[in-house]
Ligand binder design. Structure first.
Ligand code: FES
Ligand code: FE2
Length: 410
């Protein structure tokens, strides 16, 4: 498939239908997606508490790229390309660990934690070390979240984070720590994973756990602020009453949704959980220390999408963070991180199994749904079907994606 054929295909996508098969199965389109969609976003790839000590690092791999996310001697976090400046070998081979020095396993060139070169054996006399630092990837830390951007000319981070800033700051994720981290390798194209995440049409048949803590009217209007389902008068009434109570507490209320899903496709909102539920657990009772600026439990649920590749779903006492990582045309890693207050102790201040229950069960179910969906999309009989009223979010995501892919082909 060449660019002209792909452009033509983009033009023929039907509104309010899922995409044609090539978008979910074609390797050329996948490569374009990584280069033009993923690489242009600020994506958070971890939390600073994963690398608390000098020399701690983890790898983040995307497409052909591998990034070393590492804390240097000055406590500054860097993202270095995991590519030796000698003849290109990967330097770090383990997915995480601690390094005093970044030593290439091939011919033993060594690099400091900040990426500058330390030594290169037996090189010619005119070898200038200053020219051979590791390549840097754009990185920003905001409220403990480590964002990277693979673009040569990244968009302004402050502009990118501004609309969702107050929601993230209210939960003070910079004062949190990782309680648990899990990757759900999913045999499906990244767009099938995100299609699924942008609608709650499937929630009732597939997610009894999710439905047990979220109001059915919220589920109907899913993402009330970002309008990904039909408006629900009943839910608006519940929301307005809750807003009044929460305002009195001095807590944050409100919503933000990028109207056009233009550059980033961002959204943020605070909504109440189902009646009687305080947090996203089986019993719905508080299970951990209050986080952030909350004075008391307000039954609120903060849902933030900084870009399509990240979601932050935050209760008063813990937060569940999602990163969608396209691994290959038919494989996506869905990485979940659960954050709690940095001083909270497992078993004393929080119960881990209760905390992870809802999103662990829900993400396992989503993995299955997405994989079954991918199998069907690979069949000769797949054709895009019509979307329901509850899949407006999917249509928004789809048109955002098509627009950006088309622009990249110009
Ligand atoms: S490739 Fe790294 S030292 Fe040669
Ligand atoms: Fe789901």
């Amino acid at each position: 498939m060449n660019n002209i054929q792909i452009k033509d295909l983009i033009k023929h996508q039907k509104i309010n239908h899922s995409l044609d098969r090539p978008f979910y199965v074609n390797d050329k389109i996948f490569d374009l997606d990584i280069k033009n969609i993923f690489s242009k976003q600020w994506v958070f790839v971890g939390h600073t508490s994963r690398i608390p000590n000098i020399g701690d690092y983890f790898l983040f791999d995307i497409g052909n790229e591998s990034m070393i996310i590492i804390r240097d001697k000055e406590n500054i976090i860097h993202a270095h390309y995991n590519v030796c400046r000698h003849r290109g070998s990967h330097i770090c081979l383990e997915t995480e660990g601690n390094k005093k020095l970044l030593l290439c396993p091939y011919h033993a060139w060594s690099f400091n934690l900040d990426g500058t070169i330390k030594s290169a054996r037996l090189m010619e006399e005119d070898f200038n070390k200053d020219e051979w630092s590791l390549h840097k990837c754009n990185l920003k830390v905001f409220e403990g979240l480590i964002f990277i951007n693979l673009s040569e000319n990244p968009c302004d981070f402050e502009e990118f984070i501004e609309p969702t800033r107050k929601y993230i700051e209210f939960h003070e994720l910079g004062k949190a720590k990782i309680a648990f981290r899990k990757i759900y390798p999913t045999d499906g194209n990244w767009k099938l994973a995100l299609d699924n995440f942008h609608e709650c049409y499937h929630c009732q048949p597939s997610h009894p756990e999710y439905c047990s803590v979220h109001d059915p009217e919220y589920i109907l209007s899913y993402g009330a602020g970002s309008g990904t389902g039909p408006a629900s008068e009943k839910f608006n009434k519940i929301l307005n009453e809750w807003n009044e109570k929460v305002k009195k507490l001095g807590h944050l209320t409100g919503e933000y949704a990028e109207k056009e899903f233009n550059k980033y496709s961002r959204s943020a909102e605070r909504t109440p959980l189902k009646k009687g539920k305080f947090t996203e657990t089986k019993k719905g009772k508080p299970i951990a220390k209050l986080m952030g600026k909350f004075k008391e439990y307000d039954r609120g649920y903060t849902s933030v999408g900084t870009s399509p590749f990240n979601s932050l779903l935050m209760c008063n006492d813990f937060a569940t963070l999602f990163t969608f990582i396209p691994k290959s045309t038919l494989q996506t890693d869905v990485e979940l991180i659960w954050l709690v207050h940095k001083d909270a102790k497992e078993g004393k201040d929080y119960d881990l199994s209760e905390m992870i229950w809802m999103w662990d069960e829900t993400t396992k179910a989503d993995k299955r749904i997405i994989e079954d969906n991918q199998k069907g999309v690979l069949s000769s009989k797949y054709m895009p079907g019509p979307l329901s009223q509850m899949e407006k979010g999917l249509e928004k995501f789809k048109s955002w994606y098509l627009k950006h892919l088309e622009l990249a082909l110009d």
